[in-house]
Ligand binder design. Structure first.
Ligand SMILES: Nc1ncnc2c1ncn2[C@@H]1O[C@H](COP(=O)(O)OP(=O)(O)OP(=O)(O)O)[C@@H](O)[C@H]1O
Ligand SMILES: [Mg+2]
Length: 297
């Protein structure tokens, strides 16, 4: 089998805003066909990374290659390989959904019947045909997100960047975004670079996860690999010393131990949050100091 270079390779990428370092020299890869989740708390450097990898922002130093070729944000062919769904929706509110896509199509050299066909295809793909002629401003949050995804897909990119695709959406809209992400990956063959601070989103969608904290990569692996070695079940309880968590391999043992503990107790499965806490001493949700964590067999 021939060895192909990864779709995207990043080496020693760093970026500071004035005197504040946002990225401290990170390395990462995106492999063909995968959904990669870039998981970390607010301010970790996720959007900064996406903006640099998609040519919206210049790095201070470091190297970016797509399929082994050094990335040049000025090169139209390089930009055609990627589709971007930014953290903030940036549709033109006064234009219809189709008009928003049409303008994007022009920027990527699509014209005439081919463009019209592509607009219909992508709206079909994200299930937004009915809203085609509606003004973007009138769409709900979940539908706006889908319109931005359709726009990013219009020019058939091999890689789709999704920056916090489901942040701020209700559970139903969030699930719709999740199934769309899976469908794009499996049925359309799009490789996906997804940033999120939702632990569950990374856990259920990603084949590989990169944990990022304060501009540095804390760990990389499949959800199962990252959770390995912690235990399978977590027992959360509070006492005079504050919140604590105990870990167990066995559910019956966890329940037994929990029964002997005073106060409010919660038993749950171990999550990527536990992996993040173990590595960084911080939670993803609050970014605060973590409670005490101990492992029991
Ligand atoms: N334009 C800017 N000027 C100054 N500092 C910035 C700017 N953009 C980001 N930062 C800082 O850089 C760091 C990384 O920000 P970034 O937006 O990349 O984080 P993030 O992981 O995307 O966070 P979130 O989950 O909140 O979207 C933060 O400390 C942030 O305050
Ligand atoms: Mg962000």
């Amino acid at each position: 089998m021939p060895e192909y270079p990864p779709l995207l390779t990043v080496r020693a990428l760093s970026k500071s805003y004035r005197h504040k370092q946002a990225l401290g020299g990170i390395d990462l890869e995106l492999r063909a066909g995968e959904i990669l989740a870039f998981l970390g708390p607010n301010g970790a450097g996720k959007t900064t990374t996406v903006n640099i990898l998609t040519g919206l922002l210049r790095q201070d130093s470091g190297e970016i290659s797509y399929s082994g070729v050094l990335f040049d944000p000025e090169n139209a062919a390089h930009k055609r390989a990627i589709g971007v769904v930014p953290q903030e929706n940036n549709l033109d509110r006064d234009l219809t959904v189709a008009e928003n896509l049409r303008i994007h199509g022009y920027l990527f050299g699509l014209r005439g019947r081919e463009l019209t066909r592509r607009i219909d295809e992508t709206l079909e793909l994200v299930d937004l045909q009915e809203q085609k002629n509606q003004a973007a401003a009138e769409l709900s949050g979940g539908l706006k997100r889908r319109a931005v995804i359709a726009r990013a897909l219009l020019h058939h990119p091999a890689i789709l960047f999704l920056d916090e695709p489901s942040a701020g959406l209700d559970p139903v809209s969030r699930r719709a975004i999740h199934s769309l992400t899976r469908r794009l990956n499996r049925a359309e063959g799009v490789s996906i670079f997804l940033t999120t601070h939702y632990i569950e989103e990374a856990d259920i969608l990603a084949s590989r996860v990169i944990l990022i904290n304060a501009g540095a990569i804390a760990a990389t692996g499949s959800p199962a690999e990252l959770k390995a070695g912690i235990g399978k079940y977590a027992v959360e309880f509070s006492n005079d010393n504050g919140e604590s968590t105990l870990y167990f391999e066995d559910r019956a043992r966890a329940a037994e131990e929990a029964a002997a503990l005073p106060g409010e107790i919660r038993i749950r499965e171990v999550s990527l949050e536990d992996a993040f806490i173990r590595l960084t001493g911080k939670t993803i949700g609050e970014g605060s100091a973590a409670s005490k964590h101990r492992r029991r067999s």
